[in-house]
Design a protein around this ligand. Structure first.
Ligand code: ZN
Ligand code: ZN
Length: 388
């Protein structure tokens, strides 16, 4: 029987700050909750603290995708692995330090899979090794190699950490993208370069075609005539064909496209991901800086939208308008902005001043995009529905 669809897809923003975190925004990380599984996208400093404040269960994290190796996107991965894989521990009174025997009692079925740009493997291997961190379960790192990167090797002479599996792949680009870096019965993940100040990628999470909508009235006369139990409607709904006792063949409704979610890292131009990103139900795009005269008191008198856009781009980032324009180009249904300058406080649910700023940022993006725009704040959760 073809697979059913995922019961739910939900995103929880764990950190929405750019370079500097603030009391209201942590560094970049978001959790994609697929039914009961959790995949993290980026893992800035203190992501594990944010997890503790959220409803996302750390123990459910199975995969971590890193968009680029800038610290604000990866500094949190070592402590998170230590906690998630029961490594760092610490001594409990009267009990030996669990780190002492962690490496000999690994649970081989609980593997964390990490995908990142070149250097992710070396960073994790060196970080864990130099801090004498042993883990209770293994991990593996797959790297997305740009054409200008070495196409093989580990980018470090340090030998593998005792918990690092040797099966980490170096994934080579095909036609400018990395198609299907992960795939199972329900979902595929692809990646593509996006332009930033350092090698950076965006990820496209694509639910495989899901069961179509069934109209039971269309099938009932045939089922009644042949005394077929109505329970076959469930099989038809999943797209199966059923042969009735009199030879009549009933075909279920054709499957329809699943949900496509595009999660970008930092960028001043994500065009290279366009062929993979079209018709997304959700685009998550950074909006580091905005021109907000009269609202942002730091606005200088000679600042114009153009000067802010030029400055923002020169640092590898985007404005809300740039995000809105890209959402329009890919015909996205919904746009969520993240990775905000520390100037834009993330307490807009309780603070009037912050609400004004974030509403203004939203409307700048909205000026370029007809779909729904949301400014993310830390610990905000969003359900991703199947489009009607
Ligand atoms: Zn960043
Ligand atoms: Zn960056």
């Amino acid at each position: 029987m073809p697979p059913a669809s995922l019961s739910s897809i939900k995103i929880t923003f764990l950190g929405t700050a750019s370079a500097q975190p603030s009391s209201t925004r942590n560094h970049s990380a978001l959790a994609l909750q697929l039914g009961g599984d959790v995949w993290l996208f980026d893992c800035g400093e203190a992501t594990q603290h944010q997890l503790q404040k959220s409803t996302v269960k750390m123990g459910k994290i199975q995969k971590i995708f890193i968009t680029h190796t800038h610290g604000d996107h990866i500094f949190g991965i070592l402590p998170l692995l230590a906690s998630r894989l029961n490594g760092a521990g610490g001594t409990v009174e009267g009990v030996a330090d669990p780190r002492a025997k962690a490496s000999t009692s690994q649970d081989p079925t609980d593997v964390i899979e990490i995908y990142g740009t070149t250097g992710t493997r070396a960073y994790i291997r060196n970080g864990l090794s130099y801090t004498y961190t042993l883990l209770g379960s293994p991990y593996v790192v797959h790297e997305l190699r740009f054409p200008s990167d070495p196409q093989s090797g580990d980018m470090t002479t340090m030998t593998r950490h005792t918990s690092e599996l040797p099966s980490g792949r170096n994934i080579i680009q095909e036609n400018g993208v990395w198609p299907d870096i992960f795939s199972d019965d329900l979902i595929t993940v692809s990646a593509a370069p996006i332009l930033h100040s350092v090698p950076c990628v965006g990820f496209v999470v694509n639910e495989k075609p899901i069961p179509g909508k069934i109209d039971p009235a269309k099938y009932k006369p045939d089922l009644i005539r042949t005394k077929t139990p109505m329970s076959v409607l469930r099989r038809l709904q999943l797209g199966e064909s059923i042969t009735l006792s009199d030879g009549t063949v009933l075909d279920g409704p054709p499957r329809r496209p699943g949900r496509k979610i595009v999660i970008l890292g930092d960028t001043y131009d994500p065009s290279p991901i366009l062929p993979l990103a079209e018709d997304a139900v959700l685009l998550i795009h950074e909006a580091t800086n905005a021109h907000l005269p009269g609202i942002d008191t730091a606005t200088k008198s000679d600042d114009t939208y153009e000067s802010i856009e030029t400055r923002t781009k020169s640092r590898g980032h985007s404005t809300p308008q740039m995000a809105g324009r890209f959402a329009t180009r890919i015909r996205a249904k919904r746009l969520i902005l993240n990775h905000f300058s520390a100037r834009y406080a993330g307490d807009d649910d309780v603070n009037e001043e912050s609400r004004k700023t974030m509403t203004a940022i939203e409307s700048l993006a909205q000026g370029e995009f007809a779909g729904e725009v949301i400014c993310a704040r830390d610990l905000m959760s969003v359900d991703i529905e199947v489009p009607r």
